[in-house]
Design a protein around this ligand. Structure first.
Ligand code: HCA
Ligand code: CU
Length: 415
């Protein structure tokens, strides 16, 4: 059920601001907020107004933009913090307190009983002031918290009957999908509120954990663009989108403007001074580039043979790389067709063998292959080795420039 009906709490402007390189000014925050809103995320979570005077002003400015996304801010479980948050005009408040022994001893110094006492004071007091506002209570470091103690906290808070959501946080990125599934399932059975999952990626499970949470009944998932956050960050927006698209393409397309993802990621990447990783979900340099001859042949026949995601749905192009030793004649033939060159299958097959042999010796580019195709189409057969080879040696050997989305040795396959 919630797999069709979940909401994204996009935290690039809160968790993402905790990424080492992130230092957004107001204008940049507004651009990010607007782009996320256009993409269609349901919520934006922003840095606490207590972080700095500028943070409070930025938060106010974003609440005044009139976005469709609901604006949340993130504060400690203290009356004073919550009061400051209330005065900013947000649509909802995310309250958090650590429950693991590490955080209890080395961060706030409170026992589980004191945490329950504090939450039982702050949350009903808050609800009393804002009957309609969305309130969330989350435990920090949920997965290193002692389970019985953790449940005691959640049950006590749920019974207050004042919060809309209970949040669980894999703060240090150690949870597995099975653990997330069990904890969400337990909360689902024992409590009545919606459930939010926030997961870090230290051990590579952030997206799988978010999906496991949804499968087990979570309703809200925290993300950030490119996954930026403390250390190596949290569930990335694009990664969650890829996962949800493969689960249900139509629902995902209906909820979000998928063609905006790449621009959004490029903008945030530039603002924080990083490249989009080559193997990034959907937008990575090689995400829709096919190489081996066997793959290329099948892709030319029916792209879904080797693609779970259709690049067109994201406004992107598929590429087939042909200038290498793993190439195949079907792909070379397709390139000849694109160039309007007429060669027989036998010629194409012979040329493909020739390309493979050349690629054993040096790195080729698409323009090398194009030149060979032109030379061969103009009547130079494989026997005319001298001419072909001297032609090839005269070609410029361009390197693959990694961050470009358009590899030089690849051909765009017309959609
Ligand atoms: C933090 C920690 C947090 C909180 C998550 C939440 C985490 O920086 O405050 O409120 O759900 O990872 O535990 O991001
Ligand atoms: Cu976090």
């Amino acid at each position: 059920m919630s797999l069709d009906n979940y909401a994204i709490i996009e935290s690039t402007l809160r968790e993402g601001e905790q990424f080492i390189n992130a230092d957004f000014n107001r204008e940049q925050k507004i651009r990010i907020a607007q782009a996320l809103d256009e993409f269609g995320v349901e919520y934006l979570e922003l840095t606490s107004p207590l972080a700095s005077p500028g943070s409070a002003e930025d938060l106010r400015a974003i609440t005044r933009l009139g976005l469709d996304a609901r604006i949340l801010t993130h504060v400690r479980c203290h009356r004073e913090d919550v009061q400051v948050a209330l005065d900013t005009g947000v649509d909802g408040i995310d309250v958090v307190i650590g429950t693991s022994s590490q955080l209890r001893h080395f961060s706030h110094g409170k026992s589980i009983d004191q945490i329950i006492e504090l939450a039982s004071d702050v949350l009903p007091w808050l609800r009393g002031q804002v009957p309609d506002m969305e309130l969330r209570f989350s435990t920090e470091d949920s997965f290193r918290s002692e389970e019985a103690e953790l449940l005691r906290v959640y049950l006590a808070v749920d019974r207050l009957g004042v919060v809309n959501r209970l949040g669980i946080a894999d703060t240090v990125g150690i949870a597995s999908p099975g653990q997330v599934s069990r904890l969400v399932g337990t909360l689902r059975r024992l409590t009545t509120a919606d459930i939010e999952f926030h997961g870090h990626n230290d051990s590579g499970c952030a997206i799988a954990n978010a999906f496991a949470a949804l499968e087990a009944g979570a309703t809200h998932i925290d993300t950030s663009v490119l996954g930026i956050g403390e250390r190596n960050g949290i569930t990335s927006l694009g990664g969650l989108i890829a996962r949800m698209y493969t689960h249900d393409r139509a629902v995902t397309q209906g909820k979000y403007r998928l063609d905006r993802l790449r621009t959004l990621e490029l903008m945030v990447a530039e603002l924080v001074g990083v490249d989009i990783p080559f193997n990034n979900f959907i937008t990575g340099y090689s995400a829709f580039t096919h190489k081996a001859g066997i793959h290329a042949k099948a892709i030319l026949n029916a792209p879904e043979t080797y693609e779970a995601l259709d690049p067109q749905d994201f406004g992107l192009t598929r590429y087939i790389s042909i200038a290498h030793r793993l190439t195949g004649w079907n792909a070379v033939k397709s390139r000849a067709g694109q160039l309007g060159l007429s060669l027989s299958n036998d010629q194409i097959k012979a040329l493909t063998q020739h390309i493979k042999a050349l690629a054993d010796d040096k790195r080729l580019t698409l323009s090398d292959v194009d030149n060979l195709l032109r030379v061969w189409a103009n009547g130079h057969e494989i026997s005319d080795c001298g001419l072909v080879l001297s032609g090839v040696e005269g070609l410029r050997m361009a390197d693959l420039a990694l961050p470009t989305p358009n590899p030089q040795s690849a051909i765009g396959i017309p959609q």
